[in-house]
Design a protein around this ligand. Structure first.
Ligand code: 5GP
Ligand code: ZN
Length: 113
C-alpha cells in the first residue's frame, strides 16, 4: 500500500521516532506547528476516523493514553497541550492514515482555524 505513514511505521521512510510499541509509533512532525509537535499513529492502516471499527476501540484508547504519557515526559502536561485528529480534507487531513497531533510548548488559541 502506498501510504506515507505505513512506510514510516515500517522503517521504509526515515522519521525521528520518539516512541514505539506493538500498537503505536510516535515521531516528530516534519513541519512543526508548535515547539513540541509529535505525530501519533497506529501501526494498523486506517485511512480516516470514519473507517475506524468497533475492534479499533482499544487501539484508539492506546493512542490517546500514549499522547498523555508523552506530554508528561515532555513536561508540557501541566501547562497544557493539544491532541487533535483531522478527519478528511475539509478538516485539514493531508495524510490518509489516522493520526493524532500532539502540540505543546506554546499558548493555543480557540477556536482552531
Ligand atoms: P494532517 O494534515 O493529515 O492532519 O497531518 C499530517 C502531518 O504529517 C502534517 O503535520 C505534516 O507536517 C506531517 N508530515 C507529512 N509528511 C511527513 C513526513 O514525511 N515526515 C514527517 N515526520 N511528518 C510528515
Ligand atoms: Zn497507512
Amino acid at each position: 500500500m502506498d501510504c506515507l505513514f505505513c512506510k514510516i511505521a515500517n522503517g521504509d521512510i526515515p522519521a525521528k521516532i520518539v516512541y514505539q510499541d506493538e500498537i503505536a509509533v510516535i515521531f516528530d512532525d516534519i513541519n512543526p506547528q508548535a515547539p513540541h509537535h509529535k505525530v501519533i499513529i497506529p501501526r494498523k492502516h486506517i485511512a480516516t476516523l470514519n473507517e475506524a471499527l468497533e475492534e479499533d476501540r482499544h487501539l484508539l484508547g492506546h493512542l490517546a493514553l500514549s499522547a498523555a504519557k508523552l506530554a508528561k515526559e515532555l513536561n508540557i502536561a501541566n501547562e497544557g497541550y493539544r491532541v487533535v485528529m483531522n478527519c478528511n480534507a475539509g478538516a485539514g487531513q493531508s495524510v490518509f492514515h489516522i493520526h493524532f497531533h500532539l502540540l505543546g510548548g506554546r499558548r493555543m488559541g480557540w477556536p482552531p482555524g
